[in-house]
Design a protein around this ligand. Structure first.
Ligand code: AR6
Length: 173
């Protein structure tokens, strides 16, 4: 077990409305936007986020942000200080990509620690457009955050609908 562990809270709602230090984006490798959470964050956060993403592509991630990694930008007009972009794996029936999904949560918390963020909101990474079954996505999210040593004090899982909320509630207990 980790020596420092954040408290876990569950909210049913929209991640773009969370007043936290850092909001995690379920991005793609291009870092240049998409649908789902990614679309909502860029829409509500405004063009400053995309400008930072373009700079990151030009400086550090010419080939894109690899799956399982995380990187921070401004949060623009969102009620947060930073957006931490991470790239979840696309679900595949013939291959176990769980470790990559766990890595998204771990790496996002590592970046949060670097920033000094104490409250972090996560969506259910990979469980939308990337097709990960919700119950398994919730299991990996909760187990990984609980096993990560971090100075983050609150991890808030922001679930879009009742099914997602139930899946996380079953895991948090
Ligand atoms: N707040 C909270 N949760 C949300 C919101 C919201 N505003 N919108 C959707 N969800 P997804 P992925 C839920 O598709 O599966 C993008 O095009 C949604 O119901 O956002 O990791 C990226 O650019 C689901 O449970 O992310 C990538 O190409 C969860 O958030 C790709 O989608 C994640 O769904 C990433 O796919």
């Amino acid at each position: 077990m980790s020596t420092r562990s954040p408290s876990l809270t569950l909210v049913q709602g929209d991640i773009t409305e969370q007043a936290v230090d850092a909001v995690v984006n379920a991005a793609n490798s291009s870092l240049l936007g998409g649908g789902g959470v990614d679309g909502a964050i860029h829409r509500r956060g405004g063009p400053e986020i995309l400008a930072d993403c373009r700079d990151l592509r030009a400086s550090r991630y010419g080939r894109g942000l690899p799956t399982g990694q995380a990187v921070a930008t401004t949060a623009g007009r969102l009620p947060a200080r930073w957006v931490i972009h991470t790239v979840g794996p696309v679900f595949a029936r013939n291959e176990d990509r769980s470790e990559l999904l766990a890595s998204c949560y771990r790496e996002s918390l590592r970046v949060a620690d670097e920033l000094g963020a104490r409250t972090v909101a996560f969506p259910a990474i990979s469980t939308g457009i990337y097709g990960w079954p919700m119950d398994d996505g919730a299991r990996i999210a909760v187990e990984t955050v609980r096993a990560t040593d971090t100075a983050v004090e609150e991890v808030r899982f922001v679930l879009f609908d009742a099914e997602a909320y139930e899946a996380f509630a079953n895991r948090v207990g």
